[in-house]
Design a protein around this ligand. Structure first.
Ligand SMILES: Nc1ncnc2c1ncn2[C@@H]1O[C@H](COP(=O)(O)OP(=O)(O)O)[C@@H](O)[C@H]1O
Ligand SMILES: [Mg+2]
Length: 322
């Protein structure tokens, strides 16, 4: 496979499953059968995956590394993080920093004390919370004289500059975003081929979706207008998560919201959804995706199967677009 496909997971709401989705989609390739990988990827090999924690809450880093390793390595500053990279790559698009040395290998826990060989992590640090403001107030010395550096777009190109060095090392890059559409998220969207929006099935969550999608369209129009050859980021779909079921069907009000979602967004809504359940909550305490926990519990297995179905549906959609 050539250049990595980049997928941002966004929603301006928190707690809808963005981080959970990135963690499970990224690790899910390993848990597909050879037949499924052959069908969706054209090879039985597990692709090379990079997970980018682009959120100051660092939930993805904690989910992948576990609390102890996260505290030791990240809070203990034994590893640099994405929070150390934004400003250098804002100041200089070709900053002399080895980005690969910030990427953690074999670090995403897969149960039994091991790590996923094919899944790597660019971790985050809470200090990323100030980076949006730093980007907003930044102005390079003499930028008006330097017309090559368009003052309106370079603030969206920082993450792309940062990942340029490593992009070819991967087949898929998933970017976990904060619950807003500020610079950090805009940077993720700028370099992404696709974006995925997880949502809960409550009225306000569903109501807010058309607004985010229209804002991303505005951003795309701005990028297209200012950067020649810019390829707009495409909505790969909306995925319902934390769905409450009764008799294996979404419960009354949830089912109404699912209908509303299909009526408003049609094909953009994934056919597969993920139910709410203890499997994912339990797995997250162990810092594993739900596929990796030692369980015979049916809700955990059901959630794992649903996540893999979402992954397959996403790959099918990508194959259709390409
Ligand atoms: N399908 C699910 N079933 C049970 N718990 C879930 C599910 N999806 C997410 N969670 C839990 O809900 C919380 C919020 O999810 P998270 O992925 O962190 O959301 P976000 O990144 O959008 O803020 C986390 O504690 C996560 O483990
Ligand atoms: Mg999150």
């Amino acid at each position: 496979m050539s250049r990595a496909k980049v997928i941002s997971v966004i929603n301006w709401k928190g707690g809808v499953g963005k981080t959970t989705m990135v963690h499970h989609l990224g690790t899910g390739f390993t848990h597909l059968s050879d037949e499924e990988r052959m069908k969706y990827l054209g090879t039985t090999e597990v692709p090379r995956i990079l997970l980018v924690d682009n959120d100051a809450q660092c939930s993805l880093s904690v989910s992948c590394l576990g609390e102890t390793e996260y505290e030791d390595l990240i809070i203990g500053k034994k590893m640099g993080t994405i929070a150390d990279l934004y400003i250098p790559f804002l100041e200089n698009e070709n900053a002399d920093i080895d980005v690969n040395s910030y990427i953690m290998k074999w670090a995403v826990h897969c149960g039994g004390g091991g790590g996923y060989p094919q899944v790597e992590l660019l971790p985050s640090h809470q200090e990323l919370i100030f980076t949006d403001m730093d980007i907003a107030v930044y102005s390079p010395a003499g930028y008006k004289a330097n017309m090559k550096l368009d003052p309106r777009v370079y603030k969206f190109q920082v993450l792309e500059n940062m990942l340029r060095q490593v992009r070819d090392n991967y087949d898929y890059i998933f970017i976990d975003c904060p619950p807003n559409l500020n610079f950090i998220t805009q940077n993720a969207l700028y370099l992404s081929d696709y974006y995925l929006v997880p949502t809960k099935l409550d009225f306000l969550s569903v109501y807010g979706l058309s607004y985010i999608i229209s804002k991303v369209k505005e951003l795309n129009d701005m990028f297209v207008g200012q950067v020649s050859g810019y390829k707009p980021v495409e909505l790969i779909g909306i995925v319902a998560n934390l769905v409450k079921e009764y008799n294996k069907e979404p419960k009354g009000s949830q089912s109404n919201m699912l209908d509303r979602l299909y009526n408003s967004f049609g094909d953009m809504v994934f056919q597969n959804y993920v139910t709410e359940g203890d499997g994912i909550s339990y797995a997250s305490q162990l810092a594993y995706p739900v596929y990796a926990i030692p369980t015979t519990g049916t809700t955990a297995r059901k959630q794992g199967d649903a996540m893999l179905a979402v992954l397959c549906e996403m790959l099918e959609r990508i194959n259709e677009v390409d």
